[in-house]
Design a protein around this ligand. Sequence first.
Ligand code: FAD
Length: 471
Amino acid sequence: MSEHHVVIIGGGITGLVAAYQLRKLHDAGILPIHCTVIEQDHRLGGKIHTRKTEQYLLELGPDSIYTRKPAGIEFLHELGLTDEIVPANPSGGTFVWHHHRLQPLPPGVNTGVPTDLGAFAKTQLLSMKGKLRALADLVLPFEPYPADIALGKLLRKRLGDEVVDLIASPLLAGIHAGDIDRLSLDATMPMWRTLYEKHRSLIIGALSQKKKVVKRPTIPAQPMFINLKGGLEQLIERTVTQIRDFADLRTETRAMEIIKSNLNYTIKIMEKGATSYLQADAVILATPAFAAAEILSPLGVSVEHLQSIRYASTATISLGYNRAFALPISGSGYLVPRTEGSNLTACTIISNKWSHASKQGNLLIRCYVGRDGQEEALKWDDEHLLKATLEELKESMGIPESPDFVEIKRWMSSMPQYDVGHLDRLRQIDQDLVSFPGIYLAGAAYRGLGIPDCIKDAKRVVEQLEHDLLN
Ligand code: FAD
């Protein structure tokens, strides 16, 4: 069998895992493959970006891998990184900034749906009216929603606005930096549709799930969020080590466009300022959707659908203090509802959450700014952004002094928004791609944006590619 040249565009976690999977096919003798990974940046890893200083180990992008989606942790084990795993410290609670006060998030609120009714009744975060409105879900009649709707629409109908604005929306913003009234129920939290349709009530549905979890004591306790001793970039480094002698890894190389040649594809690339061309039997586009749309535009395939996947911008502001402070909260940080008129969307006390991220006795905080529809502050210069952030921290946690260390990282157009109709859009894209065998799309834009989702998606496209090339 002749060797197939597979070009992967995008050297984030998705593209690198795809290369790793191709290597496995090649080494097992299933498919002879020659692989090229092209990445426009000077470094591999995409949004996974760790920065090490003498005092701190900073995550500029993602800071944890969620273990309830097994693809992430399984991949770490496969790479031999098991001994490098660091669990997040037991949280000590999360808080919500509301009416200029930090209030504990009541335990057992899953996407805002209360499952610990005793704690929910006692919370000071919600008004009595807000709590009673949420509990109305127990008695409200079933209303069918046959087509996809916004997650916020279902939650508001069942639980009322207060729970959605103060709990569900800020919790969800942590994942998508999104607007709960635009995000698709079916693409982001399909379990709520399933539970609602089965039980008529979200609370009853959630309680039924809770009972099931309690009934499975054989599952060993596993921390829900993990990192690595060397930061998440260790995952990138280890993956690169595994593919370095298999794939041609070309950084500072940008894919401009793909054109169809007789039997395969020609990719126009710009490498360190010079234009050249690559021939490929198959191409995996592991870039954001808007970049894929641009690259695919000469083929005219799915360009509009890809362009319609909107992106939100966000920034992380890491602040290090080479000394300890008595903070008013002991937990992992706080969330800021969009209704509070704050620039921050959340604040994580990293030194409480991760024991490996700062020296004992230092305080490391990471603030988030920007979410879908609230991106004004990202236009400010660093000085302005820092000043506003410090003022807010002073008010919320009483931190009186300037930090010893500051790192601001802007992530423009970084968070794909799975708007209502997202799954239809994906079906349409898949249908369009049928006429372009050998072109594959994978990554955060499509079937989940967490690191485990991206790893799973990379495996999915390589399985598809294997099937297509062998048949
Ligand atoms: P990317 O990492 O975006 O990689 C795509 C690559 O394609 C980039 O390197 C880009 O330079 C390259 N590229 C684009 N266009 C071209 C072109 N024309 N030619 C060549 N290369 C190109 N997830 C979690 O699981 N846990 C978290 O805690 C978490 N927190 C997050 C916090 C922040 C601030 C952000 C921004 C994201 C967070 N995420 C988190 C989400 C997660 O990090 C990303 O969804 C995931 O890393 C995306 O991986 P990817 O490979 O699909 O895309």
